[in-house]
Design a protein around this ligand. Structure first.
Ligand code: C2E
Ligand code: MG
Ligand code: MG
Length: 452
C-alpha cells in the first residue's frame, strides 16, 4: 500500500478445479456408460506403445450382435440400460488393473489388455467376454439377450502402431461376424487379402453397371388352388467376363455397402417392369434393398418405372426384408406407405428368418408374406410343419397372401395345399429362367384356363 503495509487476496479455486476436472472427464469419457471414449483409448494406446519395448499387449474390437433388435423390440431406454450393463460386465471381465475398456460409440467397444504372457491370455479373456455377455440381461420386465463378436490383434506381431492395431482388430471382428457371430477371431494376414478381394469386387461392380453386364431371370409363382402361374419374381444375375456368372448373394452385399445398389436396383425395377409389361395379369415381383428405400429417390424411381413401362401399380410387388422395416427413420415407412397408397403391393421376403417378424407385421401392413425356403425344406419335421401351418393361418386371418418359397417336391406342395397356403414358388414349379421361358409358360396358363 502507498503508506506501507500490504493486502493479501485469497481466491478459492476448488470449484474451478472441480469444473476443469469435470470437463476433462467429459472429454475423455462416454456419458452413457462412463467408460473411456475413443480419444482417451487412443491416447492410452499411443502412450503404451511408446513405452512398451518388449512387452506384449492385445487389442480387442468388440461389437454386440442383434443390439438393433433390442432397441427395436424393447425401445431405446431399454437399449441404453443394456449398454450400461454390458459396460459393467466387460469391466468385470478384466483381470488386470491396468487393462482398459472403452466405448467407441453405438454398440462398439475396444479393450486393451496389457502384459500378455502368451496369446492364450487374450484367448481366455475373449472366451470370458463371449460367455458373460451371452447371459441374459434382466431388467424389471424383460429378459433381453444379445451376443458379442470379438476381433483380436496382438502387439507387436499384428501391428506396431495404434492405427494398424485397431484396423486389424476390426478386420478380425469382421471375420467373427461373418462366421456366425457370438465368437472371437484373431487377426490373420489372410484377412488383409480378403479385404483386398472385396475392394476388387467393388471396383469390378462399378464398371459392370456401365458395361451392362447385369441380367434378370424370372421365377414363376403359382396359385396352388388353381395351378395357374400368377406372378414372376425378377432375380438379378451378373454375367462378368472375368468372374463368370455371379449370384446375387455374392454381389448384392457389396453393392449395398457401396451404394451401387441404388442405380443397380433402379435398373432392375425398370427392366423388370418393361419385360413384364405384356404379361398381364401376372404380377411382377422385384427385390428391394433397405439402402434403396433410404436413398430418398426410391418412390420417384418406382413411379417412373411404372409410367415408363405402362404396368399398373397393382401388378408390381416390392419384396422387402425385415431389415427394411427395422430402420427407425420415418422416411422408410413413409415411402412404403406412399407406394402402397398408389396400389403397389409390398411383400415381406424370407419371413421367419429375422428376429421379430411378428412385430413388423404390426408396424407395417404388408400384402404378402413369403415363407422362407428354410421352412419349406424342413416341412416334414413336426415342429416346422406347425410353424408353417401357423403362418398360413396368420396370413388368412390378417388377409395377407402367403407364398411358400423353395418348393422342390410334390410332398411339400401337397402339404401346403392341404394347409391352405395361397401360392408356391420353387424349383418344382419353375427355376429362375429367361423372360422367353415365362412367355411360354403363359401360353400353358391359357391352356389350363381353357381346359378348366
Ligand atoms: P430371394 O428374394 O429370397 O429369392 C429367392 C432365391 O431362392 C433365389 O436365389 C432363387 O433362385 C432361390 N430359389 C428359388 N426356388 C428355389 C428352390 O426350390 N430351392 C432352392 N434351394 N432355392 C430356390 P437367388 O437368385 O440366388 O437370389 C438370392 C437373393 O438375392 C434373393 O433372395 C434376393 O434376396 C437377392 N436378390 C436377387 N435379385 C435381387 C435384386 O434385384 N435386388 C436386390 N436388392 N436383391 C436381389
Ligand atoms: Mg425375393
Ligand atoms: Mg426369399
Amino acid at each position: 500500500m502507498s503508506g506501507g503495509g500490504w493486502v493479501a487476496t485469497f481466491d478459492d479455486v476448488t470449484e474451478r478445479r472441480r469444473v476443469e476436472e469435470r470437463m476433462t472427464h467429459l472429454a475423455h469419457h462416454d456419458t452413457l456408460t462412463n467408460l473411456p471414449n475413443r480419444s482417451m483409448l487412443r491416447e492410452r494406446l499411443d502412450q503404451a506403445l511408446s513405452e512398451t519395448k518388449d512387452g506384449s499387449l492385445a487389442i480387442f474390437s468388440l461389437d454386440l450382435d442383434h443390439f438393433k433388435a433390442v432397441n427395436d423390440t424393447w425401445g431405446h431406454p431399454s437399449g441404453d440400460w443394456l449398454l450400461k450393463c454390458v459396460a459393467e460386465r466387460l469391466q468385470r471381465c478384466l483381470r488386470n488393473e491396468t487393462d482398459v475398456v472403452a466405448r467407441f460409440g453405438g454398440d462398439e467397444f475396444v479393450i486393451i489388455q496389457f502384459n500378455l504372457k502368451s496369446p492364450g491370455d487374450a484367448e481366455k479373456l475373449a472366451k470370458r467376454i463371449v460367455e458373460i455377455i451371452g447371459k441374459p440381461f434382466r431388467d424389471k420386465r424383460h429378459d433381453m439377450r444379445v451376443g458379442i463378436s470379438v476381433g483380436i490383434a496382438l502387439f507387436p506381431n499384428d501391428g506396431k502402431d495404434t492405427d494398424t492395431l485397431l484396423k486389424n482388430a476390426d478386420m478380425a471382428l469382421y471375420r467373427a461376424k461373418s462366421e456366425g457371430r457370438n465368437l472371437y477371431r484373431f487377426f490373420e494376414p489372410a484377412m488383409d487379402a480378403m479385404v483386398r478381394a472385396r475392394r476388387a469386387l467393388e471396383i469390378d461392380l462399378r464398371a459392370a453397371l456401365s458395361r451392362r453386364e447385369f441380367e434378370l431371370d424370372f421365377q414363376p409363382i403359382m396359385n396352388i388352388a388353381s395351378g395357374e402361374i400368377v406372378g414372376a419374381e425378377a432375380l438379378m444375375r451378373w454375367r462378368s467376363p472375368v468372374r463368370g456368372l455371379v449370384r446375387p448373394d455374392d454381389f448384392i452385399p457389396a453393392a449395398e455397402e457401396t451404394g451401387l445398389i441404388v442405380p443397380l436396383g433402379e435398373w432392375a425395377l425398370r427392366k423388370a417392369c418393361t419385360t413384364a409389361a405384356g404379361w398381364a395379369p401376372l404380377r411382377i415381383a422385384v427385390n428391394v434393398s433397405a439402402v434403396q428405400i433410404k436413398s430418398g429417390t426410391f418412390a420417384r424411381s418406382v413411379i417412373s418405372a411404372l409410367a415408363f413401362s405402362g404396368v399398373p401399380a397393382n401388378r408390381l410387388e416390392l419384396e422387402i426384408t425385415e431389415t427394411v422395416l427395422m430402420d427407425e427413420s420415418d422416411l422408410v415407412l413413409k415411402t412404403l406407405r406412399q407406394l402402397r397408397d398408389l396400389g403397389v403391393r409390398i411383400a415381406l421376403d424370407d419371413f421367419g428368418t429375422g428376429y421379430s417378424s411378428l412385430g413388423y407385421l404390426r408396424r407395417f401392413p404388408v400384402d404378402k408374406i413369403k415363407i422362407d425356403r428354410s421352412f419349406t425344406r424342413d416341412i416334414d419335421s413336426r415342429d416346422t410343419a406347425a410353424i408353417v401351418r401357423t403362418i398360413i393361418g396368420l396370413g388368412a386371418q390378417l388377409g395377407i397372401t402367403v407364398t411358400a418359397e423353395g418348393v422342390e417336391t410334390e410332398a411339400q406342395l401337397e402339404f401346403l395345399q392341404k394347409e391352405g397356403c395361397v401360392e408356391a414358388q420353387g424349383y418344382l414349379i419353375g427355376v429362375p429362367s429367361k423372360a422367353s421361358d415365362i412367355n411360354r409358360l403363359l401360353k400353358s396358363n391359357a391352356t389350363i384356363r381353357q381346359s378348366g
